[in-house]
Design a protein around this ligand. Structure first.
Ligand SMILES: *Cc1c(COP(=O)(O)O)cnc(C)c1O
Length: 362
């Protein structure tokens, strides 16, 4: 079996060691004669899994003691509904502010409009989201129940390097495509959330880290299973949760710890991204899509100066085991998603391919 280097944006590559461990114990979890996905979410064995996942997230991300870790159904986009349902009511005006740095921020803002009054305080739509607009504290309506940002913009390859200081207004961050890839001070945020399928595990579930004082504001019509208070009170087991996804996440977290933790991983991620950005910047054949000052280290977006060569670039890459490099349709070009599980060797192989492709086609 030859595994490819999978540059897909998500569901994305998971660490091989994690997949092998899951495979090895899939039929017979801890000698129970049953799989982890066949046993009760209320069994003591699963309880150990979810407790260990909590403990590893707390340790690796540095989650302060006044925050709760929730495993919430529906992936990242379901939180675009859950967040306004839970906290847009903090202020009676039901206003919430958004910085539009891409498609995911636009979708979140639009969804908040079902439950309250979103205000878009900044946008980089004028340049097809290739940069992060400067944060202007004066533009933030003081009646905002929160400010929503997307910390890493998966489609466009930009990220917030530093985060705005919003004072008493909770900062909410969609970290789906970068959670656990760099050191972040959770205490600066009211809510941090991430769908699992980019950097943490399988699709369909989101991890939500929420400051406890935000648990008490849900609109009365909030569905029980979108109410974060329900998850906090019942340890995310008010109903049968996605036990497999939580189990997989616990393995990914253990793997991350074994690699040396988030800070160590951030160093590796910086080195991986540099390999690709150097390949782009050292050539006129390739053009970086994101403004150099706002580049993501998780999603590297670029175009070929001659766009006619893109289909050949993608198909030759794929034939060499460099899989899923096609850019998102709203950006075009190519995108290399290089989450924690992508080894340095994958980035090196791509950079080498890029040089060869240029030599053969320039
Ligand atoms: C992938 C992604 C989403 C969507 O995730 P789903 O789990 O499919 O809803 C939302 N936000 C960001 C930043 C993403 O990268």
């Amino acid at each position: 079996m030859k595994r490819v280097f999978n540059f897909g944006a998500g569901p994305a590559m998971l660490p091989l060691a994690v997949m092998e461990k899951a495979q090895a114990e899939f039929l017979n979890y801890q000698n129970m004669g049953a799989s982890i996905i066949e046993i009760s979410h209320r069994s003591k064995e699963f309880d150990e899994v979810i407790n260990s996942c909590d403990a590893l997230i707390t340790e690796l991300a540095g989650v302060p003691s006044n925050y709760k870790i929730l495993y919430v159904h529906g992936g990242a986009q379901m939180q675009f509904s859950a967040i306004p349902l839970n906290i847009i009511n903090r202020n009676p005006s039901k206003k919430a502010s958004f910085s539009l740095t891409g498609t995911w921020a636009e979708k979140a803002s639009k969804e908040a409009g079902r439950y309250g009054n979103p205000i878009n305080i900044s946008s980089s739509a004028d340049k097809n989201f290739n940069y992060i607009p400067a944060y202007d504290a004066d533009a933030l309506d003081p009646e905002s129940s929160y400010l929503h940002i997307v910390s890493n913009n998966t489609l466009f390859g930009t990220r917030w390097h530093d985060f705005p200081d919003t004072g008493d207004i909770p900062l909410v961050a969609d970290m789906t495509s970068e959670f656990m890839s760099r050191k972040i001070d959770i205490s600066k945020f009211g809510i941090v959330f991430a769908g699992l399928q980019k950097n943490l595990g399988p699709a369909g579930l989101a991890v939500v880290i929420i400051r406890e004082d935000l648990l008490d504001h849900a609109l009365p019509e909030t569905p029980n299973l979108l109410n974060y208070q329900t998850y906090a009170k019942e340890h995310s087991l008010a109903n049968t949760n996605n036990t497999f996804a939580i189990y997989m996440m616990s393995l990914v977290m253990q793997w991350l710890k074994d690699q040396g933790g988030v800070e160590k991983m951030e160093g590796i991620n910086n080195a991986k991204a540099k390999i690709l950005y150097d390949a782009i910047d050292s050539s006129e054949f390739y053009l970086g899509a994101a403004h150099p000052d706002h580049r993501s280290i998780m999603n590297v977006t670029f175009n070929l100066a001659n766009n006619d060569l893109l289909p050949a670039f993608l198909s030759q890459a794929e034939s060499q085991g460099l899989y899923a490099l096609k850019g998102h349709r709203v950006v075009g070009g190519a995108r290399a998603s290089i989450y924690n599980a992508m080894p340095v060797a994958g980035c090196q192989a791509l950079a080498d391919f890029m040089k060869n492709f240029e030599k053969n086609n320039a």
